[in-house]
Design a protein around this ligand. Structure first.
Ligand SMILES: Nc1ncnc2c1ncn2[C@@H]1O[C@H](COP(=O)(O)OP(=O)(O)OP(=O)(O)O)[C@@H](O)[C@H]1O
Length: 423
């Protein structure tokens, strides 16, 4: 007998074919392996979180592990990992943890495509298990296959998810408690948050990832005035910076400090993922140079325009030229993460050569504090948590930290060897 299984189907995800995909490819496989499940379809935003919370509440905290099959994208996943924050619905985690089967039925599918990048080849066990499945569907069933392998007594594996908790604090004069948000993929401000916000309005017009490119073009010239403080790994004093000359993360020296002054053009942190779309590898080192498994860490990457030597000459020309440099970095992310090695020459030209400053600054740490410096400008104080947008109120700030969890945890059905295969 397998442990309890809930299937959540979001009919609004991606190109809206999720329910059909589940009925045609997923449920028959569950039936063929005599796995008992409950299937629920979401009927509105936040419903996936409610369904997950009710499911967890029905189990009691001693049960587990349990499996939730997510028929949706990263936004559906985001609601599920936030379910334990819904104490009013009894959504506590069972001690055995929650194991997630991810299906890439959303638009970007960042978590799925990080665990199973496009280059993933299928093991013999998985080939055998999916032998009756059409070839073009197999790449979408790799997390399900790991779960089914375990259910048949074979070697299905699951990987623990690192989660972050973001708190958006209000001015100290307000008595309201700060809102807490859990992320399993990305927490960002600046261009990335603006793209996600703009892209949502383009969903009808552009159902696929094209809407993110359209949204980027509309926001690429904005700058964001803020202070950032990077926080050490839990239980340590360390913040690390990637040194492309060494090809390694090195501890920040005390005199370098952990405070960074804006303006910023780009600011994002990720956990569990090296890409936000199958081909957009924005934090590639999280897979090619991973933190030790024992360390709870996030990757933080940002772009600060004033590192560009062009700003020492003609300010107006440098400002006009800077969107092209941000675009070069974004294109580098689409070229298997080449942006990490891009540098300025002495005139501000950007390329993969030389010893000038890097265009992106890349860190590994335990968290960050974003203190917004233009409280009146509501278009530049957005925070994106796995695609959900929040606004930092005037005089507020956002604090994002990895959760050093000790109790029941979330994990994803995936084998580590598979997830690292693209490196
Ligand atoms: N029945 C529904 N009607 C409308 N919206 C819904 C419904 N059920 C869930 N949602 C909302 O759908 C949104 C999109 O879902 P999801 O993030 O899974 O897909 P996506 O945005 O296409 O994929 P990705 O996040 O991977 O790019 C979520 O924010 C969720 O709140």
């Amino acid at each position: 007998m397998t442990s309890p299984v809930l299937v959540i189907s979001n009919p609004a995800s991606g190109d809206r074919t999720g329910p059909q995909f589940l009925a045609t490819h997923v449920l028959p496989l569950l039936d063929a392996h005599t796995i008992k499940y409950t299937i629920k379809e979401t009927d509105a935003p936040q419903h996936a979180g409610e369904l997950a919370a009710h499911f967890l509440a029905s189990l009691g905290s001693d049960d587990g592990p349990v499996t939730i099959i997510i028929g949706g994208g990263d936004g559906t996943l985001h609601e599920v990992v936030n379910a334990p924050l819904r104490p009013e619905e009894g959504g506590t985690l069972p001690t055995g943890g929650v194991r997630l089967v991810i299906l890439p039925l959303g638009t970007a599918n960042a978590l799925y495509s990080s665990f199973f990048p496009p280059s993933t080849s299928l093991s013999q066990d998985v080939e055998k298990l999916l032998s009756a499945v059409p070839e073009d569907v197999k790449p979408k069933l790799l997390s399900l296959a790991e779960f089914l392998l375990s259910a048949t007594g074979a070697q299905g594996k699951h990987q623990r998810l690192t989660l972050t908790q973001t708190s958006i604090s209000l001015p100290s004069t307000t008595r309201q408690r700060p809102e807490q948000i859990i992320s399993a993929v990305v927490t960002s401000t600046c261009l990335h948050a603006a793209i996600v916000d703009t892209a949502e309005a383009l969903r009808e017009e552009y159902p696929g990832v094209e809407r993110f490119k359209q949204a980027a073009a509309r926001n690429i010239d904005k700058w964001y005035n803020a202070w950032v403080t990077l926080l050490p790994f839990p239980g340590s004093e360390q913040v690390q910076k990637y040194d492309p000359t060494e090809g390694a993360f090195v501890d920040l020296e005390e005199e370098e400090g952990t405070e960074f002054e804006g303006p910023f053009a780009y600011f994002l942190s990720t956990v569990n993922v090296d890409r936000l779309e199958p081909d957009f590898r924005i934090t590639p080192l999280s897979r090619s140079l991973p933190a030790p498994q024992s360390t709870s860490a996030m990757d933080v990457l940002f772009i600060r325009p004033l590192r560009d030597p062009a700003f020492t000459k003609d300010l107006t020309a440098a400002r006009a030229g800077f969107p092209g440099k941000v675009m070069a970095a974004m294109q580098g992310a689409y070229q298997d993460g080449k942006h990490v090695g891009l540098r300025y020459d002495e005139t501000g030209e950007v390329g993969p050569w030389g010893e000038g400053k890097t265009v992106v600054e890349y860190f590994r740490c335990g968290g960050w504090v974003w203190t917004h410096e233009s409280p009146g400008d509501s278009s530049t104080n957005l925070v994106c948590a796995d695609g959900a947008i929040r606004t930092i109120p005037p005089s507020g700030r956002a604090v994002c930290e990895v959760v050093a969890s000790t109790g029941g945890q979330f994990s994803v059905w995936a084998s580590r060897a598979t997830s690292d295969r693209s490196d």
